[in-house]
Design a binder for this molecule. Structure first.
Ligand code: NAI
Length: 340
């Protein structure tokens, strides 16, 4: 198990940027006995066996951590899961608790990275930058169809006023927008923020020109945006989701897009993204017909779960995750990072 001299960790879903950010922090002297088994494979019931010989596993958002997978990890000797993410909706925490697995996450690494990417989706969609870029490269310099609207003076609905929602709300007030915020437990910062009014979810849905999701995925929030709520949104609304795909009923969103009711959807996450996002499917093609349909709309902008991807966020993720592995090896993980 863990020893004072270090720890071997099976690092699933490794990408080049992970090796770079974790590699830089690993060079610090306190990590001299720490070893990473870099695995490109996504963690699943089939690949869990690759963790054999490693007391710890480092996993990302699209790795599978169901009861079956954590049981298999436990059976090959894994005793600690270090999530290099803030979200943990993909982990069966009850199963981890039952097996005595320690689970840690990175509670906050850069709310700015995610909030700024949300703004990027909003502005790109609204001002049609994705289409303009393609047009100009084709030497088509016409502006027909590229008209957007001023964000200034519009009403922006922010669902979830935690770390990311608060930063996004603050940026929107900087644009001169009026912010309506909904959160069952609103942050103290948003309660007193000029330009921000706390409201009910239904009022936010009906009165916003732009709606952005910043709440976690839970039993209560699954399909928070459903056919009924989509139909009650303002015609031409821009819907943004950089949180979790299952917050939106995608099939209902497609119907609302087909009806022309939704002005645009900026999505960094998708309901069934596991196994697709982070992978290169350019040779194999796409098996998911719902995602394929979504990709046909000119007013839908999809990025593959990249809102976190800034140098600052990657550095903070590596620092906090390795800190948790170090703490595990010495027997004590700080309360803010430990889930189980
Ligand atoms: P946080 O925990 O600071 O804030 C979440 C807020 O949502 C809390 O204030 C909570 O009270 C609120 N909330 C809970 N249930 C709600 C409901 N039913 N309706 C409205 N609000 C509700 O979390 P943080 O750091 O702001 O992250 C938000 C989400 O962003 C995460 O859960 C994660 O899913 C997602 N995320 C996405 C990333 C990406 O790369 N696309 C990166 C990091 C996080």
């Amino acid at each position: 198990m863990a020893s004072e001299t270090g720890l071997k960790t099976a690092f699933f879903s490794t990408r080049a940027y992970d090796r770079e950010s974790f590699g830089a922090v690993l060079r610090q002297p306190q990590y001299s006995g720490f070893e990473m088994a870099w695995l490109e494979a996504r963690l699943s019931a089939e690949t869990a066996v690759l963790a054999t010989g490693c007391p710890a596993v480092c996993a990302f958002v699209n790795d599978e951590l169901s009861a079956t997978v954590v049981e298999r990890l436990h059976a090959v000797g894994v005793r600690m899961l270090a999530l290099r993410s803030a979200g943990f909706n993909h982990v069966d925490l009850a199963a981890c608790r039952r097996l005595g697995l320690v689970v840690a996450r990175v509670p906050a690494y850069s709310p700015y990275a995610v909030a700024e990417h949300t703004v990027c989706l909003l502005l790109t969609l609204n001002r049609h930058v994705h289409r303009a870029w393609q047009r100009v490269r084709d030497l088509n310099f016409s502006l027909d169809g590229l008209t957007g609207f001023d964000v200034h003076g519009k009403t922006v609905g922010v669902i979830g006023t935690g770390r990311i929602g608060t930063v996004f709300a603050r940026i929107m007030t900087g644009f001169g927008a009026k912010v309506l915020a909904y959160d069952p437990q609103p942050s103290a910062e948003t309660q007193g923020m000029p330009g921000v009014s706390l409201t009910s979810l239904e009022e936010l849905i009906e009165q916003s020109d732009i709606i952005s999701l910043h709440c976690p995925l839970t039993e209560q929030t699954r399909h928070l945006i459903n056919a009924d709520r989509l139909s009650r949104m303002r015609p031409g609304v821009i819907l943004l989701n950089t949180s979790r795909g299952r917050l939106i009923d995608t099939k209902a969103l497609i119907q609302a897009l087909k009806a022309g009711h939704i002005g645009g959807a900026g999505l960094d996450v998708y309901e069934e993204e596991e196994g697709i996002f982070f992978a290169d499917c350019s040779e194999s093609g796409l098996q998911d017909d719902v995602l394929a349909r979504l990709l046909t709309f000119p007013n839908v902008l999809i990025t593959s779960h990249q809102a976190f991807l800034t140098h600052e966020a990657l550095h903070n993720i590596a620092t906090r995750t390795l800190q948790s592995l170090l703490e595990f090896s010495t027997g004590r993980i700080s309360a803010e990072a430990q889930l189980v």
